[in-house]
Design a protein around this ligand. Structure first.
Ligand code: NCD
Length: 314
């Protein structure tokens, strides 16, 4: 594997996109490109994490994020365990800190954590000796999702500078949106947000993005449309009148997409609510949908993050 990237990201943790600089991001994305090559080979093994232990600590359900961290750790030769939270002591009332101290005593080298509370990953990082990777904390940050999105876009467009990207949907509950806005802006893209007012935080206008309530206006001239899941499990009251109504005004279908550039590409972090925020016809069209590529990039990006953090500790 080529070693041409400058190894500027070394951790000690990956808690968010905020705080990363351009060189650190570029070094992770360059490293990801190398792992993309490895992952397409028959023998996908490397020994970068040989002898090390990775613990996946997911307090919220996850399919692709947990699975890709597990695969990433295993492909790099680490011992990986997934803590089953529902059957663990947490279900018996153990606090986050107690859990952290207990796990720390097992000498993990890497701890991947997802939690419903914003700030949980940072709190854990102060209590353990290993590298902590934030796999999503409340509605705060989901840095590996943003990095894999940036990698996927870089693979298609080369440079993100000047790209017009609309992030549409449930922004208020979305850690993906927050991390993506920070990263895409850092990489020079023009970011627009589009959602009904009930799904946009009041502070959105201070994020250095343009805010729209109408899909036709928001998507005008866009290179990329990123669709977010309607996160009904996080809503304390109904933020939309009905999912049918939502689809009519905000669900991405061919008619709404026609406002974007003819060459526009579509992304979604998954899991998707088909027929709510996105039409299957769009999601499944290989000429415009990057959704499965995002999943592929996710494994390589997580390998890059784990490898860089492990190296930073040696
Ligand atoms: C996202 C998450 O959990 O924040 N999913 C993911 O990691 N791919 C987005 C979501 O749940 O809608």
């Amino acid at each position: 594997m080529a070693n041409s990237y400058r190894d500027t990201f070394t951790g000690p943790h990956l808690l968010g996109i905020a705080g990363l600089n351009r060189l650190e991001v570029d070094s992770l994305l360059d490293r990801t490109a190398d792992f993309m090559v490895l992952n397409r080979q028959r023998n996908k093994h490397s020994d970068v994490l040989g002898g090390q232990t990775l613990i996946n600590l997911f307090f919220e359900p996850s399919t692709r994020t947990q699975g890709s961290f597990e695969l990433a750790g295993k492909r790099l030769g680490a011992d990986v365990i997934n803590m089953a939270i529902k059957s663990s002591s947490v279900a018996k009332g153990e606090t986050l800190i107690d859990t952290a101290v207990t796990l720390n005593a097992m000498h993990p080298d890497l701890l991947v954590v997802r939690h419903s509370a914003s700030g949980a990953a940072e709190l854990l990082s102060q209590k353990v000796d290993c590298a902590v990777i934030n796999a999503g904390d409340g509605s705060h940050e989901h840095p590996t999702q943003a990095l894999l999105d940036a990698f996927t876009l870089r693979a298609h467009f080369g440079d993100l500078a000047g790209l017009r990207i609309a992030i549409c949907g449930d922004v208020v509950h979305s850690r993906v949106a927050r991390s993506d806005i920070t990263l895409l802006t850092l990489l020079g893209a023009e970011v627009r947000l589009c959602a009904p007012p009930t799904l946009l935080p009041g502070s959105a206008r201070e994020w250095g993005v343009q805010v729209f309530y109408n899909m036709g206006e928001a998507l005008d001239g866009c290179d990329v449309v990123m669709v977010l899941r309607l996160q009904r499990e996080r809503m304390t009251s109904a933020c939309v009148p009905s999912t049918r109504e939502y689809f009519r005004y905000y669900g991405l279908d061919r008619a709404k997409l026609s406002a974007a550039k003819e060459s526009a590409l579509v992304m979604h972090p998954g899991p998707m609510n088909r027929g709510v925020e996105i039409d299957s016809e769009i999601a499944d069209d290989p000429n415009i949908s990057l959704i499965t590529e995002q999943v592929e990039s996710g494994v390589a990006l997580r390998m890059a993050v784990l490898a860089a953090l492990a190296e930073g500790r040696t």
